[in-house]
Design a protein around this ligand. Sequence first.
Ligand code: HSE
Length: 333
Amino acid sequence: MKDRKVIVKVPASTANLGPGFDTLGMALSLYAWIEMSESVTGETTFQLYGDGMEGLPQDKSNLIYKVAQLVFEEAGVAVPELHIAMYSDIPLTRGLGSSASAIVGALVAANALIGSPHSDDKLFQMATELEGHPDNVGASLFGGIVVSAWDGSEAQHVRIEPHNRLETLVAIPAFQLSTEKARHALPSQISMADAVFNVGRSSLLVAALASGELGLIRHAMQDRLHQPYRAALIPGMVEILERAADFGALGAALSGAGPTLIAFVDTESQGKAALQQFLKATLAKEGIDAETLWLSPCTSGPVVTVEEGSAGSQTETGETVTLLDRIKGEIKA
Ligand code: HSE
């Protein structure tokens, strides 16, 4: 293990998909990379790259370091000093599962570093406990669409293969919204009528996604549990959710806790440019600048590369190969 280096590429995710609050998630073709090895200097070191990463802790309070230590503890192995590098294309606190990706990436990397003693299900249980809900972590860990339930001690899941004509358009507002703030906006009780409304929509959505009946998505992607209460935090959201189907979307939802909005689209739709313009213009009317990205469902979970020995860590001239050097052909920046 001394000379082992692990690199994990982990997908972003969208949670809830409208009605499936804390239950449904889908992995997306936007990624973070985590590199982990035992430190050769005897001290824990970090190299964090990407937007907003410079503000993250670079000591033992770092989330990736702490998650890795949990993995080692659970396996009864001690690896106190690590070298951790991370690059992420997943914007922070925008509703695209950046923290879930970091947790899943750290769990998978640390597990691979010590020879993978833990099963994927064990990592899923740990990830759910750490994140507090299984929707984003399940999608990042298993890829595809993941339906899950957690009773506070154990999580169950079923993975659904996304339809091959399903793609998504995300509008990522330029402002951040913490999950904590977006959860704080939710009521502690809801009516029986709203509960029944969501059970119906969420069930229909899972059935539509599993059977490939894409035309049902617009009826199924309705929600009364969280989106109405979060609307005030995302000006323009209500109009986008109500009218996206008029611009050819299969359905639209708040992505996770927001502020990103996500439209599900048939890859063969003729109205893609108009939909993109509608999302951007609706947010702009509210004074919100937003980046739009076309993302596909990511059908696999983390991709793990394990390198044994120091070979491959240095260039021909003896310089150390950084994580950025390795992934530069794949990243957005
Ligand atoms: N299900 C979560 C929520 C996702 O909507 O609050 C955000 O982490």
